[in-house]
Design a protein around this ligand. Structure first.
Ligand SMILES: [Zn+2]
Length: 241
């Protein structure tokens, strides 16, 4: 079996949850589901995704929290083009818009896009993948990607697209559960963030750094967090632009 991020073939079985086996890569420490669920299983799962409670719960407080984050991101770049990758119910796009940014949200889930458009009629919401958007000429100054990368079976084309979508002086803000956080090292499999097939890839800071650097992201800066979530900022490699 090959690690989905570093392609190393040595790994150890950590255990099983929800009928899925979880392996840890001996090289980059990524915890990943193997074998990955079939495409039709994932499709079935995500058809009902908008019915899950984490989807719409506390929309107002999510919007407030996103606004605080985006306000601090806005100070790190001069441009005003904001992209939320995996925009879900659209609250971060609305928060960015209220801060005067030109905000767009993308999601693969039809129901999410429909819900976001109903909830925030002024927002620009599109059902498109990051990879397909990267194939267009549109570029962004702030890319916001919260709790998305752990859902992917294959992260490389996705991270590559994030890099392409970012303007030269732009900033990427990304979050994902932190499997190496002190609060979850014991009983890792019992942790609520470990929930295959919804989450397929589980990162530590070194594993995520290796993945981002492989796609030329530089100045990777982790925000301290008492909660088990990796929060990072990354920029483009000026020399590679
Ligand atoms: Zn690996």
């Amino acid at each position: 079996m090959e690690c989905p991020t570093c392609h190393n073939t040595e790994s150890s079985l950590v255990g099983s949850k929800n009928g899925h086996k979880l392996h840890r890569c001996a090289n980059c420490s990524l915890l990943h589901v193997h074998p990955m669920p079939a495409a039709d299983e994932l499709l079935r799962y995500y058809q009902d995704y908008h019915k899950t409670p984490q989807y719409t719960r506390k929309l107002k407080s999510k919007q407030r929290r996103a606004k605080k984050r985006i306000w601090s991101l806005k100070r790190l770049t001069k441009g005003s083009k904001f992209l939320d990758v995996g925009c879900n119910a659209g609250f971060a796009v609305e928060a960015a818009r209220s801060l005067g940014l030109e905000a767009c949200g993308i999601d693969l889930d039809e129901a999410s896009i429909k819900f976001a458009r109903q909830q925030y009629p002024m927002g620009d919401f599109r059902k498109i993948s990051a990879q397909d958007l990267a194939a267009s000429a549109e570029r962004f100054d702030i890319i916001y990607c919260c709790e998305v990368i752990e859902h992917l079976a294959e992260p490389h084309s996705f991270v590559d697209a994030l890099y392409t979508l970012l303007n030269e002086n732009g900033v990427l803000f990304l979050t994902t559960p932190d499997i190496a956080h002190f609060s979850v090292q014991q009983n890792l499999l019992e942790w609520t963030a470990v929930r295959p097939p919804e989450h397929l890839l589980y990162f530590s800071k070194p594993a995520l750094t290796a993945l981002l650097e492989a796609h030329h992201f530089r100045k990777i800066n982790f925000r301290p967090n008492l909660k088990p979530t990796i929060k990072l900022l990354a920029r483009k490699d000026a020399a590679a632009v």
